[in-house]
Ligand binder design. Structure first.
Ligand code: DON
Length: 560
């Protein structure tokens, strides 16, 4: 044994990757928030500087994003939080929207059984029961330190003061203005043609935030706000009732945890598919020496694609709301099962996804969800992805209350085999039922290395969320990138169906794509969308924090 011990240590060290490259992103000593907008990151950071912890900062950042990033930040949507306390305790919070009580399996089908276009995506009929405010209160109740009313008041002040329109925001607003007017009429706030440098103020939202500050969670889910919300949605033909709102509760869930080499990855469990699918992908890749292939090399792309192809096939068939369906998680995540799944894999040629109707199926370019990562001075870490699903959700804006409503109902499988707006094809497990949560791809994640906090990471991007998060983790761990480099690096994606690899516009050569095509990979040459907008934090060996704020958006790291 004595002689064996040094050999075992050596084997262990070779299996582990020890390098820690110099940071290239924002570095702070104590605490940090990385989010889609500087105003939201700054408010979250300020809350921590005043003595609040990461959970206080979560409440501030989540609400501030509804002001600064109404494209995805919300009171009218939902999300997931994965946390790890300074003591190493972990958990997950599910504040995903729910189907209203009046919902039913065939609600988006016409008399011939065909999916009615737009009904689950645009306007009041698309709205699920919002969970965000319940999530913020649940997180704060369990872990927060500062009075929540004070936090909400600070966000209300930001809403009163308004935020300045960035170039990217002006473009987005212009692009979606016609639909927003179509849904809400032309006297709605966002009918205004806001330009770069204009200030958007939100007096109505400030009022709503102050009602919630005063009355707590019930300030949103009961009384004046709930009444106005339900009657507005119903006036537009939607289904959410006051009772649905009064009944909404966030749910604590055990996260999915697994080891990848010497990392421990902690990510969201169903009703999000994020943790499960990333677990399958990374475990299928684990036996290979990925670093030796080279970043975004042919072999790297093949291995990742083949693992993702298999994982998304399982995701789409098996996963749904665990309160409604049995998911054989243990079997589907077992080493033996995953080993068998990869049995047919070879670097010589592509595996074919089963031939189900493909063609019109598109993977929508999308970053309408938003993610933020927080670490506080005590070492608590919070990873949150939150959404109203599409860009400005259903586009239904409540001018009296000051926020957009989600179109999350589209994340259900309206009809087995018919793709949703992300090209995802669902099955029975994700069919609509009253009170059920729709399956998500959101993947808020925390990574430990050697038992210590190592990374906080997540992204928007619909079905591409899972692959973007997995690639970011691999970029740091396998390819020795700094957090900022890992976030900036070009990404690619495969989701089983449609059977095609998509690449971001930059960073992948024609010859690489030709080589992959020669092996039988279908490559979508016409569409090279931006995939995800990752906001992450890496803990440096000396304990300082490096932000990775995605340059694809206005995302910013702020801390102290
Ligand atoms: O929960 C989900 O998976 C989707 N509603 C996420 C939507 C999203 O990321 C939109 N933007 N890309």
């Amino acid at each position: 044994m004595r002689r064996l011990f040094p050999i075992l240590i050596l084997v262990f060290l070779i299996g582990c990757r020890q390098n820690s490259v110099a940071p290239t992103g924002t570095v702070t000593e104590n605490a940090m928030v990385v989010s889609a907008r500087i105003e939201a990151s700054a408010l979250g950071s300020a809350i921590m500087e005043e003595g609040g912890n990461a959970f206080d900062a979560m409440a501030a950042t989540e609400m501030a994003l509804a002001v600064a990033f109404p494209f995805a930040g919300n009171l009218g949507g939902g999300g997931f939080m994965v946390y790890r306390t300074a003591q190493g305790e972990i958990g997950g919070l599910d504040y995903r929207e729910k189907a209203p009580a009046a919902a039913h399996k065939e609600m988006y089908l016409d008399s011939l059984g065909n999916v009615i276009p737009n009904m689950s995506t645009v306007g009041a009929t698309a709205v699920g029961v919002p969970g965000t405010v319940a999530g913020v209160f649940a997180a704060h109740k369990k872990f927060g330190k500062l009075p929540i009313a004070d936090i909400f008041e600070k966000v209300a002040q930001l809403a009163d003061k308004g935020i300045i329109v960035t170039e990217k925001q002006a473009k987005r607003l212009e692009r979606y203005r016609p639909t927003i007017i179509e849904v809400n009429g032309d006297s709605t706030l966002f009918a205004t043609p806001f330009k770069v440098g204009d200030t958007i103020k939100y007096p109505a939202l400030a009022k709503t935030l102050r009602i919630i500050a005063k009355n707590g969670k019930d300030g949103f889910y009961k009384g004046e706000v709930a009444q106005k919300l339900a009657s507005h949605i119903q006036a537009g033909g939607g289904f959410v009732s006051e009772e649905d709102l009064a009944n909404y509760e966030a749910a604590w869930r055990d996260p999915v945890t697994f080891n990848y080499k010497d990392l421990r990855i902690i990510s969201m469990s169903p009703p999000s598919s994020g943790g499960f699918t990333m677990n399958q992908i990374l475990k299928m890749m684990e036996p290979h020496d990925l670093a030796s292939f080279g970043h975004n090399s042919e072999k790297h792309i093949q291995l990742f694609t083949e693992a993702a192809r298999r994982a998304y096939a399982d995701r789409n068939y098996w996963l749904g709301d665990p309160d409604f369906v049995e998911i054989p998680m243990e079997e589907l995540l077992s080493d033996q099962y995953l080993k068998e799944r990869m049995m047919g894999f070879t670097f010589d040629k592509a595996t074919k996804s089963e031939a189900i109707q493909r063609g019109e199926v598109n993977i929508v370019e999308s970053d309408q969800t938003t993610h933020y990562s927080i670490v506080d001075h005590e070492g608590n870490a919070v990873s949150v992805t939150t959404t109203i699903n599409g860009a400005y959700g259903s586009k239904l804006y409540n001018d009296e209350l000051g926020f957009f409503l989600n179109n999350e109902m589209d994340d259900f499988s309206a009809k087995p085999g018919v793709p949703n707006m992300f090209g995802l094809i669902g099955a029975e497990a994700n069919s609509i039922a009253p009170g059920k949560r729709m399956l998500s791809s959101m993947t808020p994640t925390i990574v430990e290395k050697d038992g210590a906090l190592y990374m906080v990471v997540g992204t928007p991007g619909g079905s591409t969320i899972i692959t973007a998060v997995a690639q970011t983790i691999l970029n740091v761990y396998e390819f020795d990138m700094s957090m900022q480099e890992a976030v900036n690096a070009p990404r690619f994606h495969h989701q089983w169906l449609p059977d095609m690899v998509i690449f971001e516009p930059q960073g992948f050569s024609d010859s690489l794509k030709l080589n992959l095509e020669a092996k039988g990979y279908k490559i979508n040459q016409d569409r090279t969308p931006i995939m995800g907008k990752v906001d992450a934090i890496r803990i440096l060996p000396d304990g300082r924090l490096e932000g990775g704020a995605d340059k694809r958006g206005d995302d910013t790291a702020v801390g102290f």
